[in-house]
Design a protein around this ligand. Structure first.
Ligand code: ADP
Ligand code: MG
Length: 247
């Protein structure tokens, strides 16, 4: 496979914060339709890697290609338009709006809240909201005020807000933190469904969860890749046990 066949091709990527390399000459390739999980100890650089891909942080050197186009140098909003969706650790839904409205304002045609509320609810938007609401298990809660949703439902709503934009790359940072066991199961099912037709990168600590969802696991340590492969291979790797799983 040549490097141009990957959905995401990251090569020799480095970012320094006052001389400290949070990402250190990292090379990583992700396929289309792949669900990649990134694990590693706190401070390994996992969140920083997502920041670099979505454009929140600028790379010091190296390349990030998405569908064979260079991303470094592009602003965050342009990367969103190119099809990159990023979910942060804390959900950023509009608590006083309904589930429907949160999804509606996330439709690409009406990105700002005010514009979108004035925006006529076209059949196209309604249909898309319905599809996404079913995907995230909130079809029965469309008229509910979002602030009243459970913690897990709020996380799903935020994933739904990203899905409204039909991203080709979706990145989720610790999506199951604080969820109940049942919510974790449902999230695993959700992630397995939504990686079809796109690439998904998930940062997660819960190894049972990782085992359920991962196609391949990348282990990061000190801004570098320590190991990469199947869950079984990575779990049996003495380097990984030493710096991460052994604790
Ligand atoms: P992880 O998500 O794997 O726990 P992070 O990517 O959050 O790790 O952090 C990696 C390292 O980079 C940490 O040592 C962190 O303190 C540092 N770091 C992250 N962002 C910044 C920043 N904007 N300025 C300075 N240091 C940062
Ligand atoms: Mg992090």
């Amino acid at each position: 496979m040549s490097n141009t066949d990957f959905a995401v091709a990251i090569e020799d990527l480095t970012v320094s914060f006052d001389g400290f390399k949070a990402i250190d000459n990292l090379t990583l390739y992700i396929d289309k339709n792949e669900l990649r999980v990134i694990i590693g100890p706190n401070g390994a650089g996992k969140t920083t890697l997502l920041d670099l891909i979505c454009g929140k942080t600028k790379a010091s050197s190296g390349s990030i290609k998405f569908r064979n186009e260079e991303l470094t140098g592009l602003d965050e909003h342009i990367r969103v338009r190119r099809g990159i969706g990023r979910k942060f650790q804390t959900p950023s839904i509009y608590e006083n709006l309904s589930v429907f409205q949160n999804l509606e304002v996330s439709y690409p045609a009406g990105r700002s809240v005010f514009g979108a509320l004035a925006f006529k609810r076209t059949d196209e938007v309604k249909a898309r909201v319905q599809v996404v609401a079913e995907e995230i298990g909130l079809a029965d809660a469309l008229e509910m005020e979002s602030g009243l949703l459970s913690h897990g439902q709020k996380q799903w709503l935020e994933i739904g807000m990203l899905l409204m934009q039909e991203p080709e790359l979706l990145m989720l940072d610790e999506p199951i933190a604080g969820m109940s066991a049942r919510e974790r199961e449902l999230t695993a099912e959700l992630l397995k469904r939504i990686c079809k037709g796109r690439s998904v990168i998930v940062i997660e600590h819960d190894m049972e969860f990782v085992k359920q969802i991962a196609h391949k696991v990348t282990v990061m340590h000190q801004g570098k890749i320590l190991a990469e492969g199947s869950m079984e291979a990575v779990q049996a790797d003495p380097k990984v046990i030493d710096v991460y799983l052994g604790h």
